[in-house]
Design a protein around this ligand. Structure first.
Ligand code: FEO
Length: 621
């Protein structure tokens, strides 16, 4: 039975998942499987972009015949000849003998090496359509051009660009390990939290060696207007691609992602491991918060390579073995070199019972790696760590810590004292209407935490109460408007959008004007002096609130009336509690004025009107 997904009008994913393969390229463990992506365009001409691995041929051909029905296949564009994408070609031409194979000169040579076209009765010389960089292929409504991308991952690799719909068929670039499991778009997945590690492991181990070539492709791609990116493995990108592109920029330039310490140890009886563990603890005591330890005899080198690309500091602790470096550590070092790791701070610990050698050999090894900042202090353990060597480890931890950017605050330097609520009320918050839309349903809520994060690109950050319905919609859609409210905004607006839930009421039901910005969402033309539209690029839940970072897609000033501040709201807008003559004992919610009666305020209280917590209550006078 076929399994296809529509990517855009008349363009379909016709690939398949593979969860049976243990080792990708017979090297890399893929516990989450992998997808082989192939795409079919039904234009005036029919065009297939790459094929799939032989292991999933059956469903691939079902997909093709389901979509083609009685049509012939006119073109198959070969962006990459590697057999996980091209092993089906000899059979494809047998099934669709009139198909033209589109590729570059190198593609042709390599295809003939891998396939026996004579056995398929296919005249390759007349069936092959050679394209060069910048050539065009018109297929009806669509017009494609081709960009050569040699060594991303093999020499024949090219990418295809649909100038009509702005779609990039990116070959191995922007791919990842991991079966798609029904998803096809990256924004259907929790990519940042659940896929990034596999994406990094895929990039670093498959094309990590070819950073310069990847940079060359990124430079060419920067000149294209790209709406969709269709890689040969993993999901298609239609939103937030800039976030992923930034990872590629770092990885290909060998710039660490994080100020972090990776400790890799090769230990025979646990004594070298003991030193690695103590060093990690000493670093943690100093305030380093991002430390990973790996046992080279347990963790696959591909994971260590990926983490080495992520971390700024690499510590290698190895026993001496056969007058050399512990064998599994030697393997890891060779993997790192093969994938061109560079531009890191490195420290070394060695162990040896009668003739320690590992340290010197590792130090010489790192002299062959570009841009290594070697920490001079090298620790030698004779069989096991002795009490008097703890100070050596402390000094090494100090050297490592000293070489890290000082965004890490030493934990022992921070003294604690009582935390009062009042200083937080003195922060100069504004008040804003955050609006979202889920299908036909508009909703919104009041927030007080929107600030600009960066100027180039324009980005903002803001938080929303996690329980809010608006928050649920925003997490789902990633698109919003923030209207900056004016001082003249009446209390009714705060009541409607701050103290009721869109789950119970239609918040915009009685709004006279429903003015929409370019993204189709409502903004507040009457009570707002400006609005900002954005799309979310990062979402993190923190206890009661969700923190968002977003790219700006539109911003517009409506008028020059002064903005509402939190202070102005409390002093001039929020009604004062009525004077009844009867003195109440209790706590008042500073945000909406709801009163909890009683001497004690429950620690876990949530205001039933505006959902703020205990920190927003104050005792009645
Ligand atoms: Fe997925 Fe380089 O092939």
């Amino acid at each position: 039975m076929h399994l296809v997904r529509e990517i855009s009008e008349n363009l379909f994913w016709v690939g398949a998942d593979d969860r049976r393969l243990e080792l990708f390229e017979n090297v890399f463990p893929i516990p989450r499987g992998v997808s082989y992506n192939s795409y079919l365009l039904l234009d005036k001409k029919t065009v297939l972009f790459d094929t799939v691995d032989k292991s999933v041929s059956a469903v691939f051909y079902e997909n093709l015949s389901f979509l083609l029905k009685n049509r012939s296949l006119d073109y198959v564009v070969i962006n990459h000849v590697e057999p996980d994408h091209c092993a089906n070609l000899a059979e494809l031409v047998l099934r669709y003998p009139g198909v033209k194979i589109v590729g570059n000169a190198k593609t042709a040579d390599m295809l003939k090496q891998f396939n026996n076209f004579e056995a398929s009765n296919y005249n390759f010389e007349s069936g092959f359509l050679e394209v060069k960089e910048g050539d065009f292929l018109e297929t009806g409504k669509h017009k494609f051009t081709f960009v050569m991308a040699p060594m991303v991952h093999w020499p024949e690799v090219m990418v295809s660009y649909d100038t009509t719909e702005k779609i990039l068929f990116s070959a191995d670039a922007f791919g990842t390990f991991g079966a798609l499991s029904g998803h096809i778009f990256a924004d259907e997945l929790n990519f940042e939290t659940e896929w990034l590690n596999d994406a990094r492991r895929y990039y670093t181990n498959i094309v990590g060696k070819y950073g310069n070539q990847v940079q060359a492709l990124l430079a060419k791609a920067a000149a294209l207007d790209i709406k969709l990116v269709c890689p040969l493995h993993g999901p298609v990108w239609r939103k937030n691609f800039g976030w992923y592109l930034e990872k590629y920029q770092r990885w290909s330039a060998y710039v660490p992602e994080d100020d972090a310490v990776l400790i890799v140890y090769g230990s025979i009886y646990g004594n070298t491991e003991n030193a690695a563990n103590i060093l990690a603890a000493l670093l943690a005591e100093k305030g380093v918060r991002n430390i990973r330890l790996f046992n080279v005899s347990k963790t696959h080198p591909s994971e260590i390579v990926a983490e080495a690309f992520r971390c700024s500091h690499l510590i290698f602790a190895a026993a001496t073995y056969n007058a050399g470096v512990f064998c599994n550590m030697e393997t890891v070092l060779e993997h790192l070199k093969a994938h061109n790791i560079q531009n890191r701070t490195v420290a070394i610990i060695e162990n040896g019972s009668w003739a320690p050698q590992a340290g010197e050999i590792m130090a010489k090894f790192f002299q062959t790696i570009p841009k290594i900042n070697m920490i001079e202090r090298k620790i030698t353990i004779n069989s096991s760590l002795k009490q008097n060597q703890r100070s050596e480890l402390e000094l090494l931890a100090g050297d490592i810590y000293a070489s890290m950017p000082k965004t890490v605050i030493p934990a022992h330097d921070v003294k604690t004292a009582p935390i009062q609520n009042e200083p937080f009320f003195k922060l100069s918050y504004g008040l804003f209407l955050l609006t979202v839309r889920d299908g036909e349903k508009d909703n919104g809520c009041i927030i007080n935490t929107a600030v600009q994060l960066t100027d180039v690109p324009k980005r903002i950050t803001f938080s929303v109460i996690r329980k809010n319905y608006t928050n649920d919609i925003l997490k789902k859609t990633g698109v919003f408007n923030i209207s900056i409210l004016k001082q003249s905004t009446p209390f009714d607006v705060f009541k409607r959008f701050g103290f009721s839930s869109g789950r119970d009421v239609e918040k915009f039901a009685n709004c006279p004007k429903k003015t929409r910005s370019a993204n189709g969402l409502i903004y507040a033309p009457e009570h707002g002096n400006a609005f900002i539209s954005g799309k979310v690029i990062s979402v993190t839940d923190y206890d009661t609130h969700t923190l968002y970072i977003a790219d700006i897609t539109e911003s517009c000033v409506i008028d020059n009336a002064p903005s509402m501040t939190y202070q102005y709201y409390f002093d001039h807008v929020k009604p004062k509690p009525p004077i009844t003559g009867e003195k109440k004992v209790g706590w008042v919610c500073r945000v909406c004025g709801w009163i909890h009666e009683g001497e004690e305020l429950p620690e876990d209280i949530i205001c039933p009107l505006c959902k703020h917590g205990a920190s927003d209550f104050e005792k009645l006078p």
